[in-house]
Design a protein around this ligand. Structure first.
Ligand code: NDP
Length: 412
């Protein structure tokens, strides 16, 4: 049995910062996304998106309340609305439930972050890739990791492999947020997911093996100052990031792949204190007769990432530095995007971290709606032709640059 025909209907699950941007971007393209539904846990958040889209573009979108942990409810919602694609922009905890519902209903699936179990902060693609045969049998596709990182960074690597290099040997992904939101401490995307990610032991890939190094808040963490285009020098920390898992599989000839992210001293000091006093714990504790998970409680106290946009100033700079061989010569190229928090806010009411994720999420959907990317099964984004995606990034708000660069040192 194959997928339903393209009827122009997209179901966006989640109503946070990333979903807000994706809904805006889809609403700007009525010839592709003819009917949009935003469904999430809290209906008032869906209503806010609906009202803003009505105000800005005069379009009516549909909204619905859904708990995406509930597969039968998801199936009912999908059967009622009959979308061509489900764009999952809730949390990584829901990936498997939503994929299951997509298989049941024969609808394409997209996400921006790989599956994580609520009680184990280990992220990997295995459980999502295990759906490959059932997606294939159903004649539908799952596009995994269509955000910025993962997402655009994978596409940058695929583009470099196709056009710039004969072989890429060294890949460094550098993610810099040089913006300031004016809050003493806040995370730029879901606080729970963000804190789980950055408190992990760090891994990078070298000569076929994963090498472990201390977490970013440890005094032995690996970091260096990198001079980012447009924003200048920022301390950048080695961090494990999920796109490394698929990139080491699909980029031929790689000898090393690392991921770096900037953190301010202020952020790290807060994180250290929160970690040391147990506020980042993900296990249940008992408090006055109630069971609470400290990191979930902390999330309640921290600013909503979608609320940070109003006062955000500065830019994000995310890209790949790649060293390898072209026509027998060693070369290094840097592909990057710069995104301005204030411009993102003017266009969509959210900050650049949500913007840089929501735009590629929409482009991933566009690739499927326009029949540009076709497949049956579960795919990482770098398995597809990067060219149309790279072209769309330029058109829809995330232009990129390619420059020559010095190779990054082996050790810091
Ligand atoms: P937010 O926390 O702002 O939004 C998450 C949304 O999901 C909220 O509206 C939340 O509802 C909803 N949600 C949570 N649980 C459920 C559920 N069980 N059923 C239905 N809806 C639910 O997160 P962001 O928008 O910042 O991030 C969204 C996703 O994007 C995350 O998975 C994140 O990891 C990913 N991401 C990917 C990036 C990339 O570059 N690839 C970068 C940044 C983020 P409520 O608020 O009512 O609980």
């Amino acid at each position: 049995m194959g997928a339903e025909k393209n009827n122009g209907k997209i179901l966006i699950i989640g109503a946070g910062g990333v979903a807000t941007v994706a809904a805006h971007k889809c609403a700007q393209l009525p010839h592709i996304f003819k009917d949009i539904m935003v469904a999430s846990k809290t209906i008032s958040k869906c209503k806010n998106i609906k009202n803003d889209i009505k105000k800005r573009y005069g379009r009516n979108i549909k909204i619905a309340q859904i708990d995406a942990d509930n597969v039968p409810d998801l199936i009912k919602l999908i059967e009622d609305f009959k979308p061509f694609v489900v764009l999952h922009l809730a949390l990584p905890y829901q990936n498997l439930y939503i994929m299951k519902a997509c298989v049941e209903t024969g609808v394409h699936y997209i996400d921006t972050a790989n599956y994580e179990s609520p009680d184990n902060p280990h992220f990997e693609y295995a459980q999502q890739l295990a759906f490959h045969d059932s997606f294939k049998k159903r004649g539908i596709m799952a596009l995994l990791g269509s955000g910025f990182d993962p997402g655009v960074t994978n596409v940058f690597a695929a583009y470099a492999q196709k056009h710039l290099f004969d072989e890429i040997h060294y890949l460094d992904i550098l993610d810099c947020n040089a913006g300031n939101h004016g809050q003493p401490f806040a995370t730029n995307f879901n606080p729970e997911i963000n804190i789980r990610e950055v408190t992990q032991v760090v891994r990078h890939w070298e000569e076929g093996k994963w090498i472990e190094t201390p977490p970013i808040m440890d005094e032995k963490s690996i970091h260096f100052k990198f001079n980012y285009p447009e924003v200048g020098e920022r301390e950048s920390y080695l961090l494990y990031h999920e796109e490394l898992e698929s990139l080491v599989k699909y980029i031929k000839g790689l000898k090393r792949a690392r991921f770096w992210m900037t953190f301010s001293d202020n952020y790290l000091t807060h994180l250290r204190v929160l970690h040391n006093i147990g506020m980042t714990r993900i296990d249940e504790i008992e408090y006055e007769g109630a069971k609470i998970v400290p990191v979930k409680f902390l999330k309640k106290l921290l600013p909503e990432p979608s609320s940070l946009g109003k006062n955000y100033k500065g830019k994000t700079v995310i890209g790949n530095i790649m060293t390898g061989i072209k026509d027998g010569k060693a070369i290094t190229r840097y592909i990057y995007n710069v995104c301005d928090h204030e411009k993102a806010f003017i266009e969509t009411g959210t900050q650049a971290v949500a913007y840089t994720t929501g735009v590629p999420a929409m482009i991933g959907a566009m690739m499927i709606f326009t029949d540009t990317w076709k497949g049956e099964g579960v795919f990482n984004i770098e398995q597809f032709d990067p060219d149309p995606f790279m072209e769309a990034l330029k058109i829809y708000g995330l232009p990129w640059h390619i420059v020559e660069h010095d190779p990054l040192p082996d050790k810091f």
